[in-house]
Design a protein around this ligand. Structure first.
Ligand code: M6R
Length: 369
């Protein structure tokens, strides 16, 4: 049932192009409009929404962090994202005009379920983004947009994450479509790029051998740091989470701009630091800033592992290891930038002799608070 792979995780990483394509299937029509009929919250209610609040845990929370950038940029609706386990304990401000999005692969995560129950008690509508048909979270929500990743068996989430991102982009674009905000050339281009993105994920998968070799060479390290900016920041957090779960290594993700406020003190000779570099096209200021961050850490001895778009030459002089990903619009970059980090963590876990599909102390769905 592992389809010839040693681990479910490897199989699920390989299934990502299909999972992404399946999650898009039937949701974009020939004219490039979105048809999310499953979202049974009326267009008039969606037009009234004055705040979006996303609740989730773990990897799904990282998808939510990325969704915030997309929702605010494409719809101009303020969006908050919060760990489900923290949400209801701080007495959040919610009402009938708040749209709460609960993201969960399993649909059974207790913290997320309790957060959505709290939101509904305040009169908010809840939209679930979920991978498991008929599970508790979609059953208790007002509407659900299913991700079509297929069953995810490995404890470490991979294909579910990519499909959660796709679902989040679809929701963001749909909100924009319904409300008529920013529905211009940019959105049309994004929809076109999204419909080709599974091919780009496939291309990334075809170039992963050097990433595996690099991972094996780092098997005796104790710490790996991950840096990103903008949507690359949640990608850095996700890369660090994968490494903690699978390799049992100290791994931390930082917003690269925060380095100088403390974390740069951690940099020492030969410390591996993975940097997710935003596209040099588009928001080029972000790119320039991260290139300086790479220079800063390298000058202090870090071994830089740079994930950058094809054609980005500015990073070359400062990259001890360079991992290329296809050019994508900035907001969509997490779909391709996360894949090498999954492969990296999986290979490191294997090299360290760890159980990949069933890491110690973890369960696939966390049904206790
Ligand atoms: O089933 P869910 O998406 O609600 O699960 C949330 C987290 O428990 C989950 O993403 C966890 O962080 C994964 N093990 C990460 O790989």
């Amino acid at each position: 049932e592992k389809g010839g792979y040693d681990y479910f995780m490897l199989k699920e990483i390989a299934e990502q192009p299909k999972a992404v394509a399946d999650t898009l299937l039937g949701r974009i029509d020939a004219s490039g409009s979105l048809t999310l009929d499953e979202v049974r919250i009326s267009a008039s209610e969606l037009r009234e929404v004055d705040k979006v609040v996303i609740v989730a845990c773990g990897t799904a929370f990282h998808a939510g962090m990325i969704a915030k950038y997309a929702i605010e940029h494409w719809t101009r609706i303020p969006c908050e994202v919060e760990l489900a386990s923290e949400f209801r304990y701080r007495d959040p401000i919610l009402d009938g005009r708040s749209l709460v999005i609960a993201i969960s692969q399993s649909g059974e995560t207790m913290d997320t379920l309790m957060a959505l129950r709290h939101a509904r008690e305040q009169g908010s509508k809840v939209l679930a983004i979920c991978n498991t048909n008929g599970s508790t979270i979609p059953r208790e929500s007002d509407a659900v947009l299913y991700t079509h990743a297929g069953p995810e068996v490995a404890v470490a989430s991979t294909k579910a994450f990519l499909t959660q991102l796709v679902a989040c982009y679809l929701v963001a674009l749909y909100l924009g479509q319904v409300r008529g905000t920013k529905w211009g050339d940019e959105i049309g281009a994004v929809i076109r790029d999204l419909s080709h993105i599974s091919g780009e994920v496939e291309r990334v998968l075809e170039t992963m051998e050097p990433v595996r070799a690099l991972a094996r060479s780092l098997a005796d390290k104790n710490t790996v740091l991950f840096l990103g900016r903008h949507v690359g920041y949640p990608v850095a957090l996700e890369g660090a989470l994968k490494l903690k779960e699978l390799a049992y290594m100290h791994a931390e993700g930082f917003a690269a701009g925060e380095l100088k406020h403390g974390p740069i003190a951690l940099i020492e000779d030969d410390l591996p630091v993975v940097v997710v570099v935003p596209s040099p096209r588009g928001r080029s200021v972000l790119h320039d800033k991260i290139v300086s961050n790479i220079q800063e850490i390298r000058a202090r001895g870090a071994r830089t592992i740079v994930i950058a778009e094809e054609g980005d030459e500015a990073v070359v002089p400062y990259a001890d290891h360079l991992i290329r990903i296809p050019a994508t619009p900035t907001l969509l970059q997490p779909l391709v930038a996360t894949v090498p980090l999954q492969v990296f963590a999986c290979e490191l876990a294997t090299a360290r002799g760890n159980e990949v599909d069933q890491p110690r102390n973890l369960a696939k769905s966390v049904t206790v608070e």
